[in-house]
Structures are given as C-alpha cells and as structure tokens.
Design a protein around this ligand. Structure first.
Ligand code: 3H9
Length: 655
C-alpha cells in the first residue's frame, strides 16, 4: 500500500505532503510516513521543510478510531519532538482545520502559515482528553497562559487571524497555499530567519492566580468533568517547570484520561453523532431534492425559532400565520430574538439584519405554491394538522417536501391527509429551535428515500444534528420522557423531595433536574395532554397525581411563579412545604409508605427508566441503533455527553 505521506524535493525545499482522506488523521501510516520523510530530508540537499496537506483540511488530529487499541510506534509526542529537533527550518502550511494532534504537529514547526479561512484548535477536551503530544506545553510558550487556557479548556477552534494575533500562526497566505507557502519559506531562508523550536521558548509572564480562577470557573461550567481540570494542571506545569518535565506530566495525565470512562463515553459519542446521520437502508446515490426556499406555518415560539434556523443558514423563509395580528406578534418575537443575539455578542448587527431580511410574512397560502419545503408548526391538534396538510396538498408544487414539527402525533395519519404521502415526514425541532442542535427526522411508512436523504443533508446545512425516528407516540425522545417522568413521580411519593431528585440528577450531570424541567415547560402542558388520553393510555395514576394536583391549585410551573417549587423574581427555585404536603397526601392516597431514598437510587431508577424504554425503541425499529438514542438524549434533553448518553452509560455501569 502506498504511503499517505509523500516527500519531494522542490528546488531547495523538501515538501512533505499528507494525503489521508477524509480529514488527514494521524493514523499509524501517517506517523510512519512523517518520520520517514524527516529521515529522508535529513540526508538530502533540502535547506528547509514544508508540510502541506491534500484534500479538504490540514491534519484534523490523531486517528480517534485507533484509540483504545495498543499504541504503535512512532508515538505522536516522540514524533513531534523528533520533527521539532530537525536542524532544517520547518514550516507548516495550514488550510481547513488544524486540530488536536494535527495542530500539535504544526506547533512542532519553526513557523506556521495559514490561509485566511483556516482554523486551528485543540478540541481534545471534547473527547474527554487533553492534547497529548505537547499541546499543553507548546501552546502557552507561543500564546501565553491565559489564551492557552481559554483555547484548550474550551476546545473551540479559532480563525487564522485570531491565531496570528496570539502568536500561534506567523503568516497569513492569500491565494494558493502551496505556492504562497513555498514563497514564504524562501523568504524566511533569504532573511536568515532563525530556527525557533517552540519547546525552547519561555512561557510569557502571567498572573499565577489565573490557574485557580480557571479551576473555579470550570468546576461550574464543566461540572463533574475531569479533562478540563487536568488541562489547567498541565498548563500550570508548562508555566512552572522545564519542557521535558511538563511534557512527561502531560503524557501521564493524557494516559489516565484515555483509560477513563469519561473519554470512552465522549469518543463513543463522537462516532455516534456521525453514525446517526447515516440511514442504513437508503441507497448511497439517491439524488437530493433542491431546498432553496422554505415556508413555516405557525409563528409561535416554535415556528419562529424554526424560521430563524433556516434564515440563519441563508435560506429564505415565508412565515405563515392566520391573521395580521398573529403574524405581527410572530415577527416581533423573531426581531426580539435577533436583538438579543446581537446584544449578547453572538451575532453582528449586519448578520442579524441579513438573516431577518430573509424572513417574510404571509397570512394565506398563496406564496406556498413555489417553496421547496414547508414545515408545519402549529399547536398539537391532530384535526388542525390534517386540515393544513390537505390544504398544502392543493397549493404546493409537485416535489415539495411537506414536514410536520409535531412532537407526538401520528405522521402517517398526517401524511394520509394528502395525495402525496411519499413527500411527507416529521421534522421535530426542539425548543428554542434556533439554538437546540437536535432534529428528529420522523420517517413515515411512505416517506420517499429522496425526501429522507434530502432532509438529512439539509439538517447539516442548517447546523442541526439529525437522528431518524420511526412513527410512534413521542418518537424517540418524548417517548422515553414518559417513563422517566413517571419514575420521578414515584420517587417523590416514596420519599424523595423535588430538590433531592433534581440535585442528584444535576450532580450526575443532567443540565437540569426533571422537576425543574417540568416547571420550566409548564405543568399544564402535560395536564392538557393527559386530558386527551384514556385511563389506560395515562397509565398508573401515581405517575401523575402530584402534577395534576399542582395544576389544579394554580401552580403551572415557572410561568405562574410556582409549580414543584416557588420561583423568586430571578426565577430561582425555592422549595415549598405546601408541595411536600401535596406529595405526602398523594402517597397516603396510594398507600405508599414513605422512606429515605438515596441519591444513587434516584439516578439508577431514572436512568434505568430511559434505558428500558430505549431498548424497546430499538427492538421495535423506531431507532436504528443505541447510539442514535444517545445523540437524542444528549442534544435534546441535557443528558451529559461525558457519560455517552443513556444507552452507553448503561454499558459502563453494568461493567
Ligand atoms: C488528538 O488529536 C489527541 C492528541 O492530542 C494526542 C495523541 C497522542 N479520527 O466530522 P465529519 C472522520 S484527539 C478519525 O463528518 P466535517 C469522521 O468520523 C483528536 N476519524 O466531517 C467521519 O467519518 P465517516 C482531535 C475522524 O467536515 C469523517 O472523518 N481532533 C477524525 O463535518 C468526516 O468527519 C478532533 O477531535 C479523527 N480525528 O468536520 C477533530 N475526524 O464519514 C475531530 C473526523 O465515516 N474531527 N473523522 O462518518 C472534527 O472535528 C471534524 O471531523 C472536522 C471535519 C472538523 C475535522
């Protein structure tokens, strides 16, 4: 097999080219190829070395698929030291993304140049790791301690210009990178630019208090996570000890993290997210339908957020409401949201104005005749939804995709209201739709392959993470929420308090405990939904008696100032003895004897409820694979990614 690394002498410059699609990851063969190239270069007439990459990106990191297998020489940290020690001037030329081990390779060069669109970063923290090939030691020597802590603990890549500003990139190359980089190397040679080994540089002066400040911030922001804290320790070592000592320390901490459950879980999640985008029984070459214009029906919170999502991706949207007043309200919420993004610094004023300009309003279906996709986002009334789809069937052009954003309704029944069920599917966004990353793509019995494939590709374009679900009540996420909610209620009746349950689950890593979530969503929502169900469908009354009593007492959750908690003017939850009395009375009604419930039991029963339902969802073919369920729960329901999602977490706890 030919090597993914090619070495050629171009005049007096040895050009090393990595070509390992799709992302030039540092597989064993690439590491070997790099080592061989440096050995060849050591014995030839080259005066300097240039590293460039083929394809869409510079090296995007170590090969994650090799993690967990016995490591093979050359090890990346040694290779980086070896390349850095070369006595020929070494320059890295970056396009696409130089990430993780890829950026660590670049940090081993004497100089780095990049095209303006390039990004660099050390995203290992997102895999529960730290940069393990000198990244925590070399970055602060170039960029200083503060910028390095920010870069490495966040894992977020930065643009070439920002990287140049903090010293991580030396030269921006406009135009063709290879040509520009060759000229840059010639210039360096002509200027007699000295070799500049990063590991030999001094870490710039800094405030020693910054390490504890970061530890404190991360204890809150990345609660329960090991890698961010380990990164601070490593950068502190870089600032306080010689390079060799710091590098050995980094290596030790890297290996510890690599062997731990958090990194296993996050690595599982990395691949689960990418696998979720694939539909097993879909032909690979299915032609996609064009989606260049969209209509959203319903201008409420959900519809408005969906409209913003498309506009933010540059796709024009028509927002349809039933009256001028309703449309006015819907558009003003959108404006308010954009203004909020601008004031929080998330969006520039120009970008917000450009996105807003892509959204137009309508109060009838005439403009829908030409759109490529319609997303219906009216309230959960099955009759109304069917009526809307029958109307869409009349006005929309052939081939338009008709989607419902329903959270629970039968997508097949909605599709049957049209003469073109093959064009109908569910696109279930999560609120707030312009922020939440998850998109459940609900495949009806008759949904055409190209409709499904188009929507999966579209999801990526609008920066969502799509997961395919089959038709059932609540699809994947909301279906699993039911037994989770029921167990929560049983735990209350058996003796746990709302605060104990929420704290136990938040300490486990959930973004928010279940009772705080119910209060936020509004207890009246579930109450109304239950009214439409038969007793059998509602299940054990012990699973909903307390929230029913709370709603009947006017406690609808945050919106009414009280629910499972009272809320102060800053929306902080405060326990209320009245709620305890309601819980105790309900327990007595069902003859449930109250006892001390441990935090471990709370976590085990609530995560167990998710897993049991998840298992059924897989058996019934509603989800394609366990990893898809993990993606749904992490992106849609605040399940901690560092536990891999509910299904993966169960495999860890089982041992
Ligand atoms: C590290 O470097 C540790 C070192 O510090 C120390 C070592 C000692 N490995 O995301 P995409 C695959 S840790 C293996 O859809 P995009 C991916 O699975 C690493 N495979 O493309 C997918 O495969 P498939 C630090 C990888 O254009 C395909 O490539 N680096 C890797 O949307 C396309 O990926 C990172 O964490 C990898 N490193 O985004 C970077 N990366 O087609 C991780 C990707 O079969 N990668 N694949 O499903 C990314 O963030 C994105 O992939 C990237 C491209 C931004 C590069």
């Amino acid at each position: 097999m030919s090597s993914p690394v090619n070495y050629t002498l171009t005049g007096n410059i040895g050009v090393i080219t990595v070509d390992n699609p799709p992302v030039n990851a540092l597989s064993h063969a690439v590491r070997q190829g790099l080592r061989d190239a440096f050995e060849t270069a050591a014995g030839d007439a080259s005066e300097a070395l240039l590293l460039v990459c083929e394809g869409r990106t510079f090296i995007a990191g170590a090969d994650i698929s090799e993690f967990g297998q016995p490591p093979k020489e050359p090890f990346l940290p040694d290779l980086c030291d070896h390349m850095e020690a070369s006595d020929k001037l070494f320059v890295a030329a970056i396009h696409g993304t130089a990430l993780g081990g890829g950026f660590e390779v670049a940090l081993s060069a004497d100089y780095r140049c990049a095209v303006p669109s390039a990004k660099v970063g050390l995203p290992e923290v997102k895999l529960g790791l730290l940069p393990g090939a000198g990244g925590t030691q070399r970055t602060p020597r170039l960029a200083g301690v503060d910028a390095s802590l920010q870069l490495i603990t966040s894992g977020a890549p930065i643009a070439a210009a920002a990287a140049k500003e903090i010293g991580l990139v030396d030269e921006i190359i406009d135009g063709d990178l290879r040509e520009g980089a060759l000229a840059y190397v010639q210039q360096l040679l002509a200027d007699n630019a000295p070799q500049r080994r990063t590991s030999a540089l001094e870490v710039p002066a800094h405030d020693a208090a910054v390490f504890d400040q970061f530890r404190g911030q991360l204890a809150k922001k990345a609660r329960g996570q090991l890698a961010p804290q380990a990164i601070v320790d490593c950068v502190e070592k870089a600032a306080t000890t010689p390079y060799e000592e710091g590098a050995a320390y980094e290596r030790k901490r890297f290996m510890e993290l690599m062997a731990g459950d958090q990194s296993k879980a996050l690595r599982h999640f990395f691949f689960a997210e990418r696998a979720a985008a694939k539909i097993d029984d879909l032909p690979k070459d299915v032609a996609l339908r064009p989606v260049e214009s969209v209509a959203v029906i319903g201008g409420g919170t959900m519809g408005g957020g969906i409209a913003m999502t498309f506009a933010n991706a540059g796709i024009p949207v028509t927002l349809v409401e039933i009256s001028d007043d309703a449309l006015e309200r819907g558009l003003s919420i959108i404006e308010h949201n954009y203004a909020g993004s601008v004031s929080r610094g998330k969006l520039s004023e120009e970008k917000a104005a450009a996105c807003r300009a892509l959204i137009t309003g309508a109060t009838d279906y005439t403009p829908l005749a030409d759109v490529d996709l319609v997303v219906e986002a009216v309230f959960e009334d099955p009759g109304l939804k069917k009526e809307i789809f029958a109307k869409l069937d009349e006005v929309c052009k052939d081939g338009a995709i008709l989607a419902t954003n329903t959270s629970y309704q039968d997508v097949n029944a909605i599709a049957a209201a049209t003469q073109r069920p093959q064009d109908v599917l569910g696109l279930h966004f999560f609120s707030p739709a312009h922020i939440m990353k998850l998109l459940e793509v609900v495949r009806g019995d008759k949904t055409a392959a190209d409709v499904l494939a188009t929507c999966m590709a579209l999801a990526k374009r609008i920066r969502k993470v799509p997961v395919v679900a089959g038709v059932c009540y609540g699809f994947i996420g909301n279906r699993m929420l039911q037994p989770y909610a029921q167990q929560t209620q049983l735990l209350l009746l058996e003796g746990a308090t709302p605060e104990q349950i929420d704290t136990a689950m938040e300490n486990f890593g959930m973004a928010m405990g279940p009772l705080r979530v119910f209060d936020l969503a509004g207890l009246d929502v579930g109450y109304k939904a239950r009214e439409a169900l038969s007793d059998e469908e509602k299940g054990d009354p012990a699973g909903y008696r307390v929230p029913d009593l709370l709603v009947e007492a006017g406690r609808l959750g945050q919106k009414s100032g009280s629910g499972f908690y009272n809320y102060d003017d800053k929306r902080r939850p405060v326990p209320d003895p009245e709620v305890d009395r309601i819980i105790e009375a309900s327990a007595a009604e069902f003859g449930i004897e109250r006892r001390a419930v441990s935090d471990e039991e709370i976590v085990a029963r609530l995560t167990g409820a998710l897993v049991d339902e998840g298992q059924k969802i897989i058996e019934e073919g509603i989800a394609q694979r366990a990893g898809d369920i993990d993606v749904v729960y992490v992106y849609g329901y605040g399940f901690p990614a560092f536990r891999g999602g509910p299904m993966f977490n169960a495999t860890l706890t089982k041992g």
